[in-house]
Design a protein around this ligand. Structure first.
Ligand SMILES: [Zn+2]
Length: 175
């Protein structure tokens, strides 16, 4: 789940506070400096994550499965702008099979603020789904957003393309 690379003074990518930070690399791809509080939060959301998220369900069943299609009608859909995805893409570095997302604290905050602006006032009982165009970025966007938005499902466009009842996006997430 996790690799701790270093523990030192630095700037937390979440709260931008300069304090004692842990340089962590989570198995789902996020890498960065986190203060104690945000390190534990990041760890906690990953431990608490319910295995049966909408996204995981979609991945396991054929796209036209009636149950999923019915559910999709109720989704509140969001799409990231091209620039949003491009910014995440620039933060991904690959080394053989391994890939990590590491962003500066400022970029991290911009990416979070963009989502916050659209989803934070919404009812979390309604499935909130972010549809990412570039499927290879999906795990990184999820690892970035899960701490603050554990209810937001992240799916790749190709995973939901066949769904007949897919609603039109509520908003585009722009930075
Ligand atoms: Zn912090």
């Amino acid at each position: 789940m996790l690799k701790i690379i270093d523990c030192r003074q630095g700037k937390c990518i979440w709260c931008l506070e300069t304090t004692e930070v842990v340089q962590a690399e989570f198995q789902d791809g996020l890498s960065g400096l986190l203060c104690k509080k945000h390190f534990w939060q990041a760890l906690k959301v990953r431990c608490d994550a319910k295995p049966k998220h909408v996204a995981e369900e979609v991945r396991r069943v054929p796209a036209l499965n009636a149950h999923i299609t019915r559910d999709a009608e109720n989704w509140r859909l969001f799409v990231p702008s091209e620039e949003y995805e491009a910014t995440v893409r620039r933060g991904v570095s690959r080394d053989g099979d391994a890939a990590v997302l590491s962003l500066t604290p400022e970029v991290t905050q911009d990416l979070l603020a963009a989502v916050r602006g659209e989803v934070s006032s919404l009812d979390t009982n309604v499935p909130l789904v972010l549809v990412v165009e570039d499927a290879s970025l999906r795990p990184f966007i999820r690892s970035l957003l899960v701490l603050e938005f554990p209810h937001l499902q992240i799916v790749a466009r190709r995973e939901v393309q066949g769904l007949a009842a897919l609603p039109v996006p509520t908003a585009t997430i722009t930075i």
